[in-house]
Design a protein around this ligand. Sequence first.
Ligand SMILES: [Zn+2]
Ligand SMILES: [Zn+2]
Length: 204
Amino acid sequence: MCYNSSMKEVYRSPVCFIEGYRAYAVHYDSGKKTTVLEHRELMEKFIGRKLLSNEHVHHKDENKLNNSIDNLEILTAADHAAHHNPTEPMMKLVCVYCNNKFERIPYRERSERKRGKFGPFCSRVCSGKYFSQDTTGDFSLGKARKVSGRKPKDGIHASKKLTYDILVSIRNRIANGESCRSIANELAVDRSTISYNLKKNNLK
Ligand SMILES: [Zn+2]
Ligand SMILES: [Zn+2]
């Protein structure tokens, strides 16, 4: 669904599944590519506007594949979290791409990590940028990986590319006066990814 009249949908993939939800890869004539979650798109069509990022669409019968409109309801992120786990507070996280702090429903975060997905990312914008940064200018590769829901095989993946040994050597190089920027360029990763992983491994 596209509410920006200057963008026309030119391609829609067959249905794929993201986190157990029905989804499509959509291309626009502007060259923009995105993934669309069917239950969110149906709700947007129903209410006639874009959903805000803190508006979740909940499946009343808990069946993520039942996208009948009367099975869907809009809940705020916090209400949605409370609905699925009344006792557990929102998880406080830091985006691995932009380092912004954000909150997330704990079960969602856990299910993504369990699936082996790299993250967390504060938004789809950040995950898109992260997974496409090794193919500068070719956004489609990152998106295609995201649609498939699999870890990138040979692209940027902090736990693979930035192993502990590499992180130690990066720490030493920085201590010897090299700039994080030049090391990041050399390894074709984002500077924030390096600093995040150094911090995570207590190397900072
Ligand atoms: Zn729900
Ligand atoms: Zn972010």
